[in-house]
Ligand binder design. Structure first.
Ligand SMILES: Cc1ncc(COP(=O)(O)O)c(C=O)c1O
Length: 351
């Protein structure tokens, strides 16, 4: 079997497991009142070069939903991409956690919201005194298509968001891969551009179960402790989340892992582009490779135990949609091997 289903199908690196083992001694304050949690928060402030407020949870869905609940009232609207994870794949958790704020989908191109579209949607949003209130914007960086918004693209979107008084959330489930791909400072990709709160993903890139919600705008997290507790996401044994974040950030392990994952995806993409019956709808930028392949090839790969996910054609934006091909996503991780990539390529050569 060769497994390209997701980065989260992979094992946890030794550094994270060792950090957990080292922390597994003695008694320590619970609910985050411990020194390890303080150290993790300090490391995050240092990494983002900002005095920020950090909160740790165990899933990306919880991170997104709690972040959005804090920046959106129950009667508010959250603008987001039509293919965003929060809109399509979180079982309405953002609405549930926020006590019924509304997700408002905006068309995307290669995963990106375009400034003109945002402007159009926000400008035509109802604004009578008894209407719902345009409250926040959520973008995914990297996008659901594995593409990366440029600073210019983000600047144009955020200008509109700020003009319209929207709070800004970034879903950074694969933020590490963006930093690794662009070599930019985490600060320049987030609060430097105007992001108020980031879901800083870590599990896809190596932790066992730790994600951080980072409020760069500290005024917006006044009620976060209450939201955490009432949603059942305040861990009593917080040290075990905190040490994962410490192990992840120390010695820049997070960037080392993300660089390897991106590097392997680049190799995979190069190999697969050799086949003229495979269509690449957009260029790979992080550790995800999207392809359109003939239906027969998909059956052949399945028969040969190659694992991957079929992807929603919403992301294709009507580009190349027909019944003769499948739209698929292949994801690499820090421990995807060269053999796995070249064996897949070899297998397709024999198709
Ligand atoms: C962009 C994005 N955001 C959030 C999540 C949610 O993460 P989790 O599955 O840990 O809830 C995912 C997971 O696939 C994702 O791809």
């Amino acid at each position: 079997m060769i497994d390209f289903r997701s980065d989260n199908v992979h094992s946890v690196p030794d550094q994270i497991i060792n950090a957990l083992i080292d922390a597994n001694k003695g008694t320590i304050s619970s609910y985050g009142g411990d020194q390890l949690t303080k150290k993790a928060c300090d490391l995050l402030s240092k990494t983002f070069n900002k005095d920020l407020s950090s909160f740790f949870v165990s899933t990306g869905t919880a991170a997104n939903s709690l972040a959005l609940s804090n920046i959106t009232p129950p009667f508010g609207t959250i603008f987001c991409g039509e293919d965003s994870h929060i809109y399509l794949e979180e079982c309405n958790a953002p609405e549930f956690f926020s006590n019924s704020a509304k997700l408002f989908p905006i068309p995307t191109a290669e995963g990106k919201i375009i400034a003109e579209d945002l402007n159009r949607y926000v400008s035509s949003h109802p604004s009578d005194k008894f209407d719902m209130v345009a409250s926040s914007l959520s973008i995914s960086q990297a996008t659901e298509c594995g593409t990366i918004y440029t600073e210019k693209e983000i600047d144009r979107i955020f200008r509109i968001a700020k003009q319209k008084n929207l709070n800004i959330h970034m879903d950074g489930a694969r933020f590490a891969n963006v930093v690794a791909a662009t070599n930019k400072n985490p600060s320049d990709l987030t609060w430097g551009l105007g992001v108020d709160v980031l879901s800083f993903g870590a599990t896809k890139n190596g932790t066992l179960s730790a994600e951080a919600v980072l409020f760069f705008n500290k005024e917006l997290c006044e009620n976060m402790n209450q939201y955490l507790k009432r949603s059942g996401h305040l861990l009593s044994k917080m040290r075990y989340l905190s040490v994962q974040i410490i192990g992840y950030l120390e010695n820049d392990l997070w960037l080392e892992l993300a660089k390897k994952a991106n590097y392997q995806a680049n190799k995979l993409s190069r190999e697969l582009k050799k086949f003229d019956f495979i269509t690449v709808p957009w260029e790979r930028e992080i550790n995800e490779v999207f392809l359109l392949i003939p239906n027969e090839l998909e059956k052949y790969l399945e028969k040969n135990n190659i694992k991957f996910h079929e992807w929603t054609k919403v992301s294709l934006n009507k580009k190349c949609v027909d019944d003769k091909s499948k739209f698929i996503r292949l994801v690499t991780s820090y421990n995807t091997t060269d053999d796995e990539i070249y064996n897949l390529s070899e297998l397709i050569t024999r198709y």
